[in-house]
Design a protein around this ligand. Structure first.
Ligand code: NAD
Length: 296
C-alpha cells in the first residue's frame, strides 16, 4: 500500500481521498477548509497543519484544485511551494482540470528536482468520485503512467494514457467542449418540442432511441422531472457547476488558439455558458442551461 498526500478536498477531492483510504492506502490530507479536512479524517485519513508536512514521506502526491493558478501556487510558490518539500523519486498526480501550459510548467520544474509528474484530469462528476468509477486521462511518460495506475484504480474505472505531459488536459477539454455542445443542443431540442406541445418525457424517449441519442439526453436529462436522481430534478443542485464548465470552455478556447483550430460550436457554447453564469446561475449544475431556452 502507498503513502499518499492529498491536497484539495472539495466536491471531487473529498470522495476521491476517501476511496484511497478505503483501499487501504496511508493518506495524509490537506485543504484550506477545516470542514473539508474533517470529513476525510473521519474516514481514517491523517492530516497536518501545513500541506508541506503532509507531503513529507509521501510516495504519491495528489492534487484536486480549482484552476491553474492554484496548482501553480501550491507546487511552485517561492517559499511555501511543495516543490521545496517533496522528496526526489516521488510522483505528483495533478487531477485538477487546468491549462496545459501550467501542467507542463509544473512537470518541468519538478523534473529538475527528480520528481515525476502526471496530469490526470477526470471525468465522471461527483457521482463518479463517490462511487470510485471516474475516468482518468493521464499525460506523462509510459513509466509514469504505469507507476500511477494502481493508485488511480482505487478512484476510477477507466484509466487512459492520453500521451505525454499535458495530453491529459487536452483530452479533458476536448471531452468537456463536446459535452457542453451536446447539453446545449439537447436543451434547445427539448424546449422546441415543449413549445410545440410535446411531453418532454415522450420526446426524450423518442430521441434517446433515435439518432439524437446522447449522454446528456439519456442519463443526465436537463429537463426537470423527466428523470430521477439527476440535478435537473433537484433544482439543478449538485453535479457539475456552470462556473466550472465556463472555465473548461475557456481552456478549450485557449487550446484552440494555440493550435489555430476552428471550434465554432465550442465558441458558441462558451459564450452561452458565460452568459448563463453572468445571469447568476454560476453555482447551478451545467444542465441548467436548459432554462436559457425557456419560452414561458
Ligand atoms: P471545489 O471547489 O469543490 O474544490 C476545490 C478545493 O480546493 C476546495 O476545497 C478548496 O478549499 C481547495 N483549495 C483551493 N486552494 C487550495 C490550497 N492552496 N491548498 C489546499 N486546498 C486548496 O472543486 P471540485 O468540484 O472538487 O473540482 C476540482 C477540480 O476538478 C476542478 O479543476 C474541476 O474543474 C475539476 N472537475 C470537477 C468536476 C465536478 O463535477 N465537480 C468534474 C470533473 C473535474
Amino acid at each position: 500500500m502507498a503513502t499518499i498526500a492529498f491536497i484539495g478536498l472539495g466536491n471531487m477531492g473529498g470522495p476521491m481521498a476517501i476511496n484511497l483510504v478505503k483501499a487501504g492506502h496511508q493518506v495524509c490530507v490537506f485543504d484550506l477548509s477545516a470542514t473539508a479536512v474533517n470529513q476525510v479524517v473521519e474516514q481514517g485519513a491523517t492530516t497536518a497543519t501545513k500541506a508541506s508536512d503532509c507531503v513529507d514521506g509521501a510516495d504519491f502526491i495528489i492534487s484536486m484544485l480549482p484552476a491553474g493558478k492554484h496548482v501553480d501556487a501550491v507546487y511552485l510558490a517561492e517559499e511555501t511551494g511543495l516543490i521545496n518539500y517533496i522528496a526526489a523519486g516521488s510522483i505528483v498526480i495533478d487531477s485538477s482540470t487546468i491549462d496545459t501550459a501550467t501542467s507542463q510548467k509544473v512537470a518541468k520544474a519538478l523534473a529538475v528536482k527528480g520528481i515525476e509528474f502526471v496530469d490526470a484530469p477526470v471525468s465522471g462528476g461527483v457521482g463518479g468520485a463517490v462511487a470510485g468509477t471516474l475516468s482518468f486521462m493521464v499525460g506523462g511518460s509510459t513509466g509514469e503512467f504505469d507507476r500511477v495506475q494502481p493508485v488511480l484504480s482505487a478512484m476510477g474505472k477507466n484509466i487512459f494514457h492520453a500521451g505525454d505531459h499535458g495530453a491529459g488536459q487536452v483530452a479533458k477539454v476536448c471531452n468537456n467542449m463536446l459535452l457542453s455542445v451536446l447539453m446545449v443542443g439537447t436543451s434547445e431540442a427539448l424546449q422546441l418540442g415543449i413549445a410545440n406541445g410535446l411531453d418532454p418525457k415522450v420526446l426524450s424517449n423518442i430521441m434517446s432511441k433515435s439518432s439524437g441519442s446522447n449522454w446528456t439526453l439519456d442519463v443526465y436529462n436537463p429537463c426537470p422531472d423527466v428523470m430521477e436522481g439527476v440535478p435537473s430534478s433537484n433544482d439543478y443542485q449538485g453535479g457539475f457547476m456552470v462556473d466550472l464548465m465556463a472555465k473548461d470552455l475557456g481552456l478549450a478556447m485557449e487550446t484552440a488558439l494555440m493550435s489555430q483550430s476552428s471550434t465554432p460550436m465550442g465558441a458558441l457554447a462558451r459564450s452561452l455558458y458565460a452568459m448563463h453564469a453572468a445571469s447568476g446561475e454560476g453555482s447551478k449544475d451545467f444542465s441548467s442551461i436548459f432554462k436559457l431556452f425557456n419560452k414561458e
